[in-house]
Design a protein around this ligand. Structure first.
Ligand code: TMP
Length: 211
């Protein structure tokens, strides 16, 4: 690929954190910011983002299954998502803002469920060795706070949200470990702060690291 073609490729930004960390609402605000800078933006999510991926999401969030089945379905949905949505958008020069990506599998299925992370390193290489996020925003929050936020919402909890506190704390630690080994890609925020403070940080981080 020539240098000019490289420059045209869009940026890939992922939003991560335990359930209830507030990343999804900040993703919407970040998309507006990037659009204001004159870029085309595609917002999407995992598991999901394609017709097949959304069906898999429905199963993953509701049906009991073996933990390895769960992990493999996450990567199967991701393969489809990359092929159908993420890669074509980046190649067109669009920016892709994605609510969760492979870091979530390392955090939930390895940290939370206890599966071997080396297997995920291989799957990651297989499924998207050539595509990695340019920036990953990690919204860090203790489960004692996040769990209360979820409990305050008037809706049924999904399979992950129903997990015990120690599961969520392991997920949190696994995210922080991922961030520590890739500081050039990650930016971590204490998500137990006022919404406008976090939003400003999101904006500044994207402006400085990607624009
Ligand atoms: P969401 O609530 O952020 O939309 O994500 C749905 C749930 O799926 C969330 O509890 C985290 C979980 N998840 C995994 O366990 N592994 C993954 O790889 C992804 C993408 C999500």
């Amino acid at each position: 690929m020539s240098q000019s073609e490289c420059k045209l490729r869009g940026k890939f930004i992922t939003f991560e954190g335990i359930d209830g960390a507030g990343k999804s609402s900040h993703l919407a605000a970040a998309a507006a910011l990037v659009r204001d800078q004159g870029r085309r933006v595609l917002t999407t999510r995992e598991p999901g983002g394609t017709a097949l991926g959304e069906k898999l999401r429905d199963l993953l969030l509701r049906e009991a299954m073996h933990r390895e089945t769960e992990a493999l379905l996450m990567f199967a949905a991701r393969r489809e998502h990359l092929e159908q949505v993420i890669e074509p958008a980046l190649e067109r020069g669009d920016w892709v803002l994605c609510d969760r990506f492979s870091d979530a599998t390392f955090a939930y299925q390895s940290g939370g469920r206890g599966l071997d992370r080396e297997k995920f390193a291989q799957l990651e290489q297989w499924v998207h060795g050539h595509v990695q996020p340019d920036l990953t925003l990690l919204f860090d929050l203790p489960w004692t706070v996040a769990g209360l936020r979820i409990a305050a919402q008037a809706r049924a909890r999904d399979r992950f949200e129903q997990e015990r506190a120690d599961f969520h704390e392991r997920v949190r630690l696994a995210y922080l470990e991922r961030a520590a080994i890739a500081p050039q890609r990650f930016a971590v925020i204490d998500a137990d702060q006022a919404r406008d403070v976090i939003q400003k940080w999101v904006e500044q981080t994207i402006l400085v690291r990607c624009l």
